[in-house]
Design a protein around this ligand. Structure first.
Ligand SMILES: [Ca+2]
Ligand SMILES: [Ca+2]
Ligand SMILES: [Ca+2]
Ligand SMILES: [Ca+2]
Length: 418
């Protein structure tokens, strides 16, 4: 059908002698040209309090009332009348769904998308496709209004981006992920770009006090440092700093040292908890009603085989044994997260942590994967690797806490399997 239409169109176009292939290609999604108007989407922040900064590169102020800013052409936000940007100045739109004043009617996704700026005559004047951004990172033009776009570790909301971006830390690895006593710990990181990088440092302290620092050196492509072994119970806190040759610094976590990375060395006896039953493919078994409507979500049942109640707040659940810290159970709602001796607790694996303390930010794969519960320091309390699962049939221990597993055509979420 499409190819027949295309052929008819081609014939008509050739007959008319106006074959402008690029502008008229019916098979391509419409990507209108950008008209140079001296205005630029100059910087974008998309992880948390989202915003878009517009820069006026002209020598005169410009009234952008009636212009449009949007991430979906079907829902454009109209910039209020009278909104002006001074010569060589900036204006910031908060992307928060409010849809009034300098608050747009859309939010941005930290996974990356495209933002558009259009004038009052619906002519596209700028378009920026940004990549995935972590907390504390922005994507912008260096220098302001140029075509050089980069991720920076130092957002400059409403002010000049400067000549160079600050090197941004892309990811951090800890080896081992669950350190033990008398063990050195290696921290590695990668940077978004090493352009304009002066150096990378780690700051660390054990059980409070002031931070010591060490230079991270490039080893096998990763900036690497070793934290000293510890022989006593306590908490190691650390954060990373990347400094640019422009003197600007960025941090991981972005708000360090207010927020830092950490690990615990702990000798608590582990509670006697079991992954007792789970359902990885739910279409009609048992609804999660937390949102007010029935959601057929995956779930995990935990059984407390011990003789005392256990509050799992501050502990972790995960669907990946190599990442025990995947989802932390909130530690401020003990009434929800305490399992009585001999009792059961249901955690929804629904990727909807906003639905409450008993909702994990992962789901279970019906093709099979891991499911586990881990102590506050990451030590394994109990985990299990499962194979392919059937719809609405759970997999559980028989009897509660026992080593044998079987399928349950009548699942018992939050109730005894016996
Ligand atoms: Ca800026
Ligand atoms: Ca849910
Ligand atoms: Ca999963
Ligand atoms: Ca059960």
């Amino acid at each position: 059908m499409i190819s027949r239409l295309f052929r008819s169109w081609l014939v008509l176009a050739l007959m008319a002698g106006v074959l402008q292939f690029q502008a008229c290609d019916p098979l391509e999604e419409e990507t209108p040209p950008v008209t140079e108007e001296g205005l630029f989407i100059n910087e974008i922040y998309a992880s948390g309090e989202d915003w878009v900064e517009i820069y006026n590169n002209l020598e005169t102020s410009i009234n952008i009332g009636g212009y449009f800013i949007y991430d979906k052409p079907s829902s454009k936000y109209t910039i209020p009348a009278g909104t002006t940007i001074p010569a060589k100045g900036f204006i910031v739109f908060l992307c928060n769904d409010l849809g009034t004043g300098l608050n747009t009617n859309f939010k941005l996704t930290s996974a990356g998308e495209t933002v558009y700026l259009e004038n009052a005559n619906n002519i596209l004047i700028d378009r920026v496709e940004f990549p995935a951004l972590s907390a504390g990172q922005s994507y912008g033009r260096y220098p302001d209004g140029s075509s050089n776009l980069a991720i920076s570790g130092t957002p400059t909301q409403g002010t000049s981006n400067g000549g160079n971006q600050t090197p941004a830390i892309l990811s951090t690895i800890r080896e081992p992920i669950v350190p033990g006593f008398d063990q050195t710990v290696t921290i590695k990181c990668t940077l978004v770009s090493t352009q304009g990088l002066a150096g990378v440092k780690i700051y660390y302290r054990f059980n409070g006090g002031s931070y010591a620092s060490a230079t991270m050196t490039l080893q096998s492509g990763l900036y690497t440092a070793t934290l000293p072994a510890q022989s006593v119970v306590g908490k190691m806190e650390y954060y990373l700093e990347a400094e640019g040759t422009n003197g600007l610094k960025s941090y991981e976590p972005a708000t360090a040292p207010n927020k830092v990375l950490s690990y615990l060395l702990n000798t608590d006896e582990l509670p006697v908890l079991y992954i007792n039953e789970f359902l990885a493919s739910n279409s009609s078994c048992c609804p999660d009603n937390s949102s007010g409507s029935a959601e057929y979500d995956d779930w995990i049942e935990i059984y407390n085989a011990g003789s005392v109640a256990v509050n799992i707040g501050g502990m972790y659940v995960s669907d990946n044994k190599s990442n025990p810290f995947k989802h932390k159970i909130p530690d401020d709602q003990p009434a929800l997260t305490t399992i009585p001796a001999g009792g059961f607790l249901l955690i929804w694996a629904d990727n909807q942590p906003e639905q409450g303390a008993l909702h994990a930010d992962f789901a279970l794969s019906a093709a099979g994967e891991d499911v586990g519960i881990y102590y506050i320091d990451g030590r394994t309390i109990n985990d299990y690797t499962f194979g392919a699962q059937s719809e609405n049939i759970s997999w559980g221990r028989t009897t509660n806490g026992a080593a044998t597993w079987k399928s349950f055509s009548t699942p018992t979420p939050g109730q005894s399997n016996n």
